[in-house]
Design a protein around this ligand. Structure first.
Ligand code: FMN
Length: 208
């Protein structure tokens, strides 16, 4: 395989087998937008369908941030919302802790990761330490600036993020910027991303 193929994402595999086969790995596909009418739902579903079809012996699950209704970190809770908020924070923390690795489906808002996902990550630390992550993004430049922003945040949380990301363009992978119609070529990147993520997820599991 040539250097350019390696750089731009031709998978080294012919049979879709992960580089390191580990049983019982659990990987969350974190749908990181809570916006009404979000594109993130379709992108998370595509990611889930793509990943599960590979038969990697990995359990994938979509974790939708919108299901948790988290408060803002540190906000003053009233008697009315205190119990619900504490329940939401506990449920989020326990759900995230139950996975070995993560695929963050992250849109780009103002050249960064969206506020809801950043806030949700701020509730975590030991839950994600020594685990691995990958990114699927979308935006005018494929969400790449959100990914780079996430890499900084995850570094602080001791999460190892793999190099290859899947980057959907709002212009060419969506019709009218809202109907998700991904180009076929993303499959190469998605395979390479999953190969890397599964290797690291398995590797870090034996470290913990
Ligand atoms: C407040 C806001 C800021 C945005 N900023 C950017 C941006 O800086 N770069 C970009 O590529 N797209 C930007 N977008 C476009 C979003 O990436 C696009 O609307 C995407 O569909 C949002 O994800 P969602 O639909 O899952 O919420 C922005 C959208 C919003 C609402």
């Amino acid at each position: 395989m040539g250097f350019l193929d390696k750089l731009f994402g031709k998978s080294t595999k012919t049979d879709n087998e992960p580089a390191v086969k580990k049983d019982n790995l659990k990987i969350a596909i974190v749908q990181g937008s809570v916006r009404q009418g979000r594109n993130g739902e379709a992108v998370a579903k595509w990611t889930y369908d793509f990943a599960t079809k590979r038969n990697d012996d990995v359990e994938y699950e979509i974790v939708d941030l919108a299901d948790y209704n988290l408060p803002m970190l540190g906000e003053e809770l009233t008697e009315v919302n205190q119990s619900d908020s504490e329940t939401a924070i506990k449920a989020w923390s326990e759900k995230i802790a139950s996975f070995d690795g993560y695929i963050f489906v992250a849109p780009e808002y103002n050249h960064a990761v969206g506020g809801a996902l950043k806030n949700a990550l701020d509730f975590l630390n030991p839950e994600v330490n020594n685990k691995a992550a990958a990114f699927v993004g979308y935006g005018s430049l494929g969400g790449t600036r959100a990914h780079e922003n996430l890499r900084l945040i995850l570094g602080e949380l001791q999460v190892a993020d793999v190099r290859t990301a899947v980057t959907f363009s709002l212009m060419t992978d969506f019709e009218n910027m809202s109907e998700f119609k991904p180009a076929d070529y993303h499959a190469d990147n998605a395979n390479q991303m999953l190969d890397q993520l599964i290797s690291w997820t398995g590797g870090f599991k034996s470290l913990r």
